[in-house]
Design a binder for this molecule. Structure first.
Ligand SMILES: [Zn+2]
Length: 219
């Protein structure tokens, strides 16, 4: 089951929820690396449900399946992005894979500098996708705090998280490491462990092993 991932590889939240133009919403603005236009990655595998080009090129993406929320909730998720200057690559019904670049920061609509406006919502796309809130701004239906929807991992650099506590995806431990023993069943000295490879970066690696061969990794 997918864990929705924060959609920018550089988190720099320049406006939080319930602040300024985000009063009465759980919207955040992320300006990414610098004043340029960072790419926006799909937080989950989803379907484009609506594109609103009359304002800020708002795009609603709804998860194709239920996803895992950081608190353990399992439900669909819908997310709204705004301000990209170009959405010509998108159409309603288009399927976007998790982690696929599909949107961009920009200044379309009411924006003083390149950024992406992000609003998460629990459940599927409903109604017209948004409603006019008490502050007079349009806000996604069933909005939910971003840190209660989105996860982070090691691929995301955090410059400013606006004091929100995003939960981190930890690498899964597939099976317990068997104790290293010699023929007398005593623990081997660490000096007998041969380091065969030092990982240059986080990645998936494949290795061919013959039957009954054992492979030990040093952390
Ligand atoms: Zn905003």
């Amino acid at each position: 089951m997918e864990k929705p991932l924060y959609p920018s590889k550089v988190m720099r939240i320049t406006q939080g929820y319930n602040e300024g133009s985000h009063i009465d919403s759980f919207a955040i603005d992320d300006a990414g690396t610098d004043t340029g236009k960072d790419s926006i990655y799909a937080p989950f595998t989803g379907i484009v449900k609506k594109i609103y080009q009359s304002d800020a090129n708002e795009v609603w993406l709804e998860s194709v399946d239920k996803v895992l929320y950081p608190d353990g909730t399992i439900d669909y998720m819908t997310i709204l992005f705004a301000h990209s200057d170009d959405v010509s690559n998108l159409f309603v019904g288009k399927k976007i894979m998790q982690n696929e670049v599909f949107y961009s920061e920009g200044t379309k609509g009411q924006a003083t500098g390149n950024h992406c406006h992000i609003e998460c919502a629990k459940g599927k796309f409903t109604g017209t996708g948004w409603h006019k809130n008490n502050a007079g701004n349009w806000s996604i239906n069933n909005g939910k705090k971003p840190e209660e929807c989105l996860w982070i991992d090691d691929t995301i650099t955090i410059i400013d998280k606006n004091n929100y506590n995003f939960k981190k995806i930890e690498p899964e431990i597939l099976e317990e490491t068997p104790p290293i023993t010699n023929e007398n069943n005593n623990p081997q000295q660490e000096t007998n462990i041969e380091l065969i490879f030092t990982c240059p970066k986080d990645d998936l690696y494949g290795i061919y092993l013959k039957k009954d061969e054992k492979l030990y990794l040093e952390k």
